[in-house]
Design a protein around this ligand. Structure first.
Ligand SMILES: [Zn+2]
Ligand SMILES: [Zn+2]
Length: 211
């Protein structure tokens, strides 16, 4: 599996394109906001002859789904998300307005996945790992074969997701990280929703929030 990371919008959200030899790809957290960011995503996909087949969201915070409308318009894909975060998709345009980043109302979600679901594209699979706490429907996407985890805002390099937003829960977040992510192999590379990559091993050793 190949991975391309983009960092989009005024709050620097990491968006990802994952693809394999079949050239089918998934877009995770289409966070593009400015027209040049939309073009950057589109031209990457076109230049590499990729065929987007799914739009996945790690969670429903508005900054992670600013590009969902563009992805639907361009490739006809609706976002797949955990149902507990669907209310955030519905509220996203209002939230964005409150934070001074007006965006059109994103399209309605097309499919809801659950803990343990396996998402397929091309010859590849991603497992859904449900870790609520930053948001009630937060998930990570895990490829055991490729040893990679897309962690959204659950886990960061040296930190964890904030839990002061509506329906946040710090205790739930930490117990989910410890019980479901820190049990993965140490060499799994973690791609976070903001900031730099890390590994399960590095976070197990150094993350002060997990002591
Ligand atoms: Zn978030
Ligand atoms: Zn975020």
């Amino acid at each position: 599996m190949n991975i391309k990371k983009f960092t989009f919008n005024p709050v620097s959200v990491n968006a990802f394109v994952l693809w394999d030899d079949t050239l089918e790809c998934v877009i995770i957290d289409a966070a593009c906001f400015y027209p040049q960011e939309e073009q950057q995503l589109k031209s990457f996909i076109e230049t590499n002859h990729l065929k987007p087949v799914k739009l996945l969201n790690t969670h429903g915070h508005f900054d992670h789904l600013m590009g969902n409308g563009f992805v639907e318009k361009t490739w006809g894909l609706k976002c797949e998300i955990h149902k507990e975060d669907n209310f955030l998709v519905e509220q996203a345009a209002n939230q964005a307005m409150m934070f001074g980043m007006p965006m059109p109302k994103p399209p309605k979600s097309g499919h809801f996945f659950e803990d343990g679901d396996v998402i397929t594209f091309g010859n590849s699979t991603l497992k859904v790992i449900y870790v609520p706490g930053h948001s009630p429907g937060g998930v990570a996407f895990y490829s055991e074969i490729d040893r990679l985890l897309i962690a959204g805002d659950i886990l960061f390099n040296g930190s964890v997701g904030r839990t002061d937003l509506p329906k946040g829960n710090h205790t739930q977040l930490i117990s989910g990280i410890l019980g479901k992510l820190m049990v993965l192999p140490l060499d799994v590379e973690v791609f976070c929703g903001h900031g730099l990559e890390t590994t399960i091993g590095d976070e197990k050793r150094d993350n002060p929030f997990l002591k």
